[in-house]
Design a protein. Structure first.
Lengths: 190, 159
């Protein structure tokens, strides 16, 4: 159990997808204007990253590795991610049309989120067992969601603050993100 | 309250059918013309797939085809909806995965058990969502009419 906790903390905080690996910055800046939308996007991304990583692990272990098709890894993983997003959309639509009305807006954004592909490539490079790989993907996406929510909270407060015109909008957002990244560097001491 | 625009595409005496307008998450980006994200054609990007019905207002003029209105959903509803749809299946996925790992230990068996857990979680989520919908907990609410010139999302969802 201890190794699972360490894996979780390492993937979510120490090697945070956004602030340490700089992946998924488009959605990080685009969907963090409000905390509630950041929560919705974060949960959707968590689901897609975990499910697509699970499938990608199986594809790598049972198809690409035994047949020496490693050079097809990136293309195959992109296909799996697009399929996972489509599966998620169809499932949410079937599970609850009402939820689909509310949450469907985030899903197309996930397909082109490089954090999804980045996490799956990282776990394959790490040669992890299935449960470790899935937990790593889940923890990475929880870290992604955490940063999204923190940053959305900061931006909600920034929108009420008096920012010099030169820095208004994305510039002050990036400055805030860099300060947040420095704060997260503190976790590297764990 | 998370708000969004919708356009009336059909209406009768009791109900109006609306399609949400494309959100500005990608569209407002300065690089949207060159970005491939909007051309992916996923289900959620097809507006017809997201068509929904609202009852005609009792104390205001009826909705007419082509009219733009602002609809909203409470933030707690959005968060609890997302938790049911996404987190519950993941919890059952990991529950089944950990049990299989402890009992058998082989990766293939853990993978199959996790898929089973995911399916069970999705079925449970469907059940819970149906109950919430039956109580009206997941419904979108009509907030106000929007002028034709109103171009931005009133709150949230923008980049």
């Amino acid at each position: 159990m201890k190794e699972y906790i360490l894996l979780f903390v390492s993937a979510a905080l120490v090697n945070n997808v956004i602030l340490a690996r700089f992946l998924g910055l488009c959605s990080f800046m685009g969907v963090t204007t409000r905390v509630d939308t950041a929560v919705g996007m974060g949960m959707a991304t968590t689901f897609v990253i975990t499910v697509s990583s699970m499938i990608d692990w199986g594809v790598e272990r049972f198809l690409l590795e035994p047949f020496g098709l490693g050079y097809l890894r990136t293309v195959t993983f992109i296909l799996v991610i697009a399929g996972a997003v489509q599966f998620t959309e169809m499932t949410i639509r079937k599970v609850s049309p009402s939820l689909f009305q509310m949450l469907g807006i985030y899903l197309p954004l996930i397909t082109t989120n490089c954090a999804v592909l980045g996490v799956t490539l990282l776990l394959v490079e790490g040669k992890m067992s299935f449960l470790d790989a899935t937990l790593f993907a889940f923890a990475s996406s929880v870290g992604y969601s955490l940063v999204m929510i923190i940053f959305a909270g900061l931006r909600e407060r920034l929108s009420l603050a008096e920012v010099p015109q030169l820095f208004a909008g994305p510039p002050i957002g990036f400055i805030t993100a860099s300060l947040l990244a420095m704060a997260f560097m503190g976790f590297s001491g764990i | 309250m998370v708000e969004d625009f919708a356009r009336v595409v059909a209406a009768d005496a009791d109900f109006a059918w609306l399609e949400p307008e494309q959100g500005p998450s990608c569209g407002a980006c300065s690089a949207s013309a060159a970005c491939g994200a909007k051309g992916i054609g996923t289900l959620a990007s097809k507006l017809e797939a997201r068509r929904f019905a609202l009852p005609q207002p009792a104390d205001e003029p009826r909705f007419r085809v082509g009219e733009r209105i602002v609809v909203g959903v409470g933030a707690p509803t959005l968060v609890s909806g997302a938790a049911i749809a996404y987190m519950l299946p993941l919890l059952t996925l990991f529950g089944a995965g950990f049990v299989a790992q402890a009992l058998d230990g082989r990766d293939g068996v853990t993978l199959l058990a996790s898929i089973g857990g995911l399916c069970a979680g999705l079925a449970l989520a469907a059940l819970l969502a149906r109950r919430m919908s039956a109580r009206g907990g997941l419904a979108l609410h009509y907030l106000r009419r929007a002028g034709a010139a109103t171009a931005c999302i009133p709150s949230g969802g923008g980049s």
